[in-house]
Ligand binder design. Structure first.
Ligand code: NAP
Length: 254
C-alpha cells in the first residue's frame, strides 16, 4: 500500500492535452492539487475544469514564463512538491529538409525546458526540504530511431544526460528526479491518423495495444510516491514491450 499523495502540489507542464493531461488526471484522482501549464489558454482552461485543477499559461522554453509557472503554483497552493516536466514538441522532418532553426526549436521546447523547469523549482524544494521531479522522455532517441526525428531523438536522449547530473545536484535538496520513457501512446493527436494506421502500430507492440495516457501517469505517480524516495537518476520504459522484438519475424511469432 502506497502512502497517499493527497494534497501534495504538482505542476504538470503540457498538462492540457495528451500524456500531460493523463498525468494530471492520475494525480488529480489521487487527491493531489494539480496545476496545468501550457501555451494555449483554451485547452488549458478546459482540462483544468475537467480535472478540478488550476492552470497557468506560458512557454516552457522561456525562463520568465517558467518562473511564473512555478510562482503561480506556489501562490495558488502554498508550495510545490512535484514537478512533471512533460511538455514537448515532435515535428517530423528529415534532415535533408530541416531548417536549422527547427532543430533549435525542438531543443528549446524539449531539452532546455527540462533545465529551466528544474532550475525554477529548486528554491521551492529547498524551502520544503524535499521534492520530486519526473521528466517525460521517450524511447525515441535513447533507445530507438525514427526517420524525421533526429532533433526530437537527440532532445529526448539529452534529457537523460541532464537527468544524471541533475539527480546529483538535487540530492542536496532531498529531491529525486527520474524519467518516464513512453512508447507509442494514444493521444488526441494520433486520432487523425486513422484506424488502419493505428492498428498497424498496435500490431508491432507485444501487448498489442497503444499505451494509454494514464499508463504514463501511473509511472509518474510511482516516481512521485514516498515509496520511490530512494530512486533517483533512473528511467522506466512504459511501452507495452515495443522495443523488445528484434525483427518483424519475432513479432509474428507471438
Ligand atoms: P501533445 O498531445 O501534443 O501535448 C503536448 C502538450 O505540451 C500540450 O499541452 C501543449 O500545449 C504543451 N506544449 C507544447 N509545447 C509547449 C511549450 N513550448 N510550452 C508550454 N507547453 C507546451 O503531446 P504528447 O503526445 O502528449 O507528448 C507529451 C510528452 O510526451 C512530450 O514530451 C513527448 O515528447 C512525450 N512522448 C509522447 C509520446 C506519444 O506517443 N504521444 C511518446 C513518447 C514521448 P500548448 O500547445 O497549448 O502549449
Amino acid at each position: 500500500m502506497f502512502t497517499p499523495i493527497k494534497d501534495r502540489t504538482v505542476l504538470v507542464t503540457g498538462g492540457s492535452k495528451g500524456i500531460g493531461k493523463g498525468i494530471a488526471s492520475v494525480f488529480a484522482k489521487a487527491g493531489a492539487k494539480v496545476m496545468i501549464a501550457a501555451r494555449g489558454e483554451e485547452s488549458a482552461k478546459a482540462a483544468a475544469e475537467e480535472l478540478g485543477a488550476k492552470y497557468v499559461t506560458g512557454d516552457v522554453g522561456d525562463w520568465g514564463d517558467v518562473q511564473r509557472m512555478v510562482a503561480e503554483t506556489v501562490a495558488a497552493y502554498g508550495g510545490l512538491d512535484i514537478l512533471c516536466a512533460n511538455a514537448g514538441a515532435f515535428p517530423q522532418t528529415k534532415m535533408v529538409d530541416m531548417d536549422p532553426d527547427e532543430w533549435d526549436g525542438v531543443m528549446r521546447t524539449n531539452l532546455k525546458s527540462a533545465f529551466l523547469c528544474v532550475k525554477a523549482a529548486i528554491p521551492e524544494f529547498e524551502k520544503q526540504g524535499k521534492g520530486r521531479v519526473v521528466l517525460t522522455s521517450s524511447i525515441t532517441g535513447p533507445v530507438t530511431g525514427f526517420p524525421g526525428w533526429s532533433h526530437y531523438g537527440a532532445s529526448k536522449a539529452g534529457q537523460l544526460g541532464f537527468l544524471k547530473t541533475a539527480a546529483m545536484e538535487l540530492s542536496r535538496y532531498n529531491t529525486t528526479i527520474n524519467a518516464v520513457m513512453p512508447g507509442n501512446i494514444y493521444t488526441e493527436g494520433l486520432q487523425d491518423l486513422g484506424e488502419d494506421y493505428l492498428a498497424t502500430m498496435a500490431a508491432s507492440i507485444p501487448l498489442k495495444r497503444l499505451g494509454a495516457v494514464e499508463d504514463i501517469g501511473n509511472a509518474a505517480l510511482f516516481f512521485a510516491s514516498d515509496e520511490a524516495g530512494y530512486i533517483t537518476g533512473q528511467t522506466i520504459i512504459v511501452d507495452g514491450g515495443q522495443i523488445l522484438p528484434e525483427s518483424l519475424e519475432a513479432i509474428g511469432e507471438i
